[in-house]
Design a protein around this ligand. Structure first.
Ligand code: TNX
Length: 509
């Protein structure tokens, strides 16, 4: 993209029109499937309006979202109207090319008109994110900026490679407020991610109110790693997050980790322990020591209550049941447990997702395994399940970038920006090819993460790399090209107040 204060792409510094080369293509992330640059630009002025089709409330909402995005920096009160317009920005879903699918869009910019069309509202929303990136970085400022507000003439046709493009936030090791979670949603929406996986429970904290079991939050939410303050989401707050995400075409995927990673529940409810005795609450960061008691029916009544309340609050299709690192659960017990929980999830009308260890059990084809650190995902694929790829050495946002990164862990190695970007999901796990892959997800575990600024340092720039792996066609993937595009995003993040890590691999603009 054009640095602030530089000339528009249709004007070389000498004032001549440059040849149309790749250098005139703006720094878009994720790289669209097809970009054809043209000459000239559309200029956003106080005379510009946004027009939408009359009938559709979702399109109207996206029009208002776009107007609200553009208002602070431009100072322009863009009107959203259903009037037929011959100029301005036009959003439509009728007679869009159906081959764009549920999430694709077409964005055509000429000097007279910006036309964004998509068969479904989600595509319009993703197209709006592209439109933002066609404007100068200062468009992201919360305060009025001088402009000019030029959008280069271009024709973009764009569809995602994978249906699942996610980020995970661990609110169990450290708790994050509704406001922080919503800021995280804003950030992932910038890069066309469409899933927010919330890791709601772990040994160190239980973070969602369950009306049938108030002890879970009365005691189980009181702690966090290192003795830091605990906290939990009320059901109303969780519903607010779900709605906030939904307005950004992001599906919330709640995770209740079990049978391991359950000390907070075990400490709160003695009956969940085989000994009948509750252990103390836990604030360390060791894993693998806790397990729900697998035999008793009481365990499954508890799980049914928890997953039932969560399913009722969750419009998305998925319940994530963890299943990782159950080192204190014997194998036969583990397999029996996952089979029962799979049935409970399905009885509540949802699809079960688990970390790839669940492939040790018999999986239904509709269940989904999340790869992180083994070859078990191949066993899930062999059983007919789809796989989400979160390889720790590539996609874990809590890994340090390098030995001097102040936050994070390094058990899976150091994950610099190039490590996060330079891999192909279809070649990552032998036995898990393009067809078996539902998508990619970048998890942010929070043992060492305490604030939104900490989240930003770990997530950016690597989240942009994973987002591009999820969206862009394989043939567009090229590290040297990505690192140049990424360099232009630093100034956007500055404008947005995103405290990103200035990786030395990137020549930040
Ligand atoms: C492994 S990844 C875990 C988490 C930790 C993480 C730290 C996975 C399924 N389990 O419990 O937080 O490593 O990087």
């Amino acid at each position: 993209m054009i640095p602030t204060g530089a000339t528009a792409p249709n004007q070389s510094p000498e004032g001549q029109a440059p040849a149309v080369t790749t250098s005139t293509i703006p720094a878009l992330i994720p790289q669209p499937a097809s970009v054809i640059p043209a000459t000239g630009f559309f200029e956003l002025t106080s005379a510009t309006s946004i027009t939408i089709e009359a009938a559709d409330p979702d399109v109207a909402a996206i029009g208002r979202t776009l107007a609200a995005l553009l208002r602070p920096a431009t100072g322009i009160e863009l009107q959203v109207s259903t009037a037929a317009s011959t100029g301005g920005i036009h959003l439509r879903i009728s007679d869009a090319d159906p081959s764009l699918g549920d999430e694709g869009y077409r964005l055509t910019v000429t000097p007279e008109l910006v036309t964004l069309s998509a068969p479904r509202p989600a595509g319009l929303f993703f197209g709006v994110q592209t439109l933002r990136q066609l404007l100068p970085p200062s468009i992201e400022s919360a305060r009025a900026q001088p402009g000019p507000w030029r959008i280069p003439a271009i024709d973009i046709r764009d569809t995602p490679r994978f249906a699942w493009r996610g980020a995970m936030l661990d609110v169990a090791r450290h708790f994050f407020s509704v406001q922080d979670i919503e800021r995280f949603i804003d950030r992932i929406a910038l890069y066309k991610m469409n899933r927010l996986h919330l890791h709601l429970t772990d040994d160190q904290g239980w973070r969602i109110a369950i009306h049938a079991w108030p002890q879970l939050t009365a005691l189980g939410a009181s702690t966090a790693v290192g003795g830091d303050p605990g906290g939990f989401l009320t059901q109303a707050e969780y519903a607010e997050i779900v709605a906030y995400a939904q307005a950004r075409y992001i599906v919330v995927v709640p995770e209740i980790d079990m049978p391991g990673h359950t000390n907070a529940a075990l400490a709160s409810i003695p009956e969940l322990n085989c000994t009948g005795v509750a252990p103390p609450v836990y604030t360390g960061i060791e894993v693998g020591f806790s397990s729900l008691c697998i035999g008793p029916e009481a365990t499954y009544r508890f799980i049914d209550d928890v997953l039932g309340e969560l399913a009722a609050l969750t419009p998305g299709d998925y319940l994530h049941i963890g299943g990782d690192e159950a080192h204190s659960t014997p194998d036969a017990d583990y397999r029996a447990f996952i089979a029962r929980v799979q049935a409970i999830v399905e009885a509540h009308g949802k699809r079960m997702i688990g970390w790839e260890e669940i492939a040790r059990a018999d999986l239904h084809a509709q269940s989904i395994a999340q790869h992180w650190f083994s070859d078990l995902a191949a066993r899930a694929a062999a059983q007919g399940s789809q796989v989400i790829l979160s390889p720790a050495s590539r996609a874990y946002l809590d890994m340090q970038y390098a030995p001097d990164t102040p936050l994070g862990l390094h058990w899976a190695g150091y994950v610099e920006v190039q490590d996060a970007y330079d891999w192909d999901p279809a070649a990552q796990v032998p036995g898990v090819g393009e067809e078996e892959i539902l998508g990619v997800e970048a998890p942010l575990w929070t043992e060492t993460i305490r604030s939104l600024a900490d989240i930003d340092r770990m997530a950016f720039p690597r989240l942009a790399a994973i987002a591009e792996l999820g969206w862009s066609p394989r043939h567009t993937h090229a590290w040297l090209d990505f690192r140049e595009r990424l360099a232009a995003h630093g100034s956007r993040w500055d404008m947005l107040g995103i405290a990103f890590t200035r990786s030395p691999q990137i020549d930040w603009e």
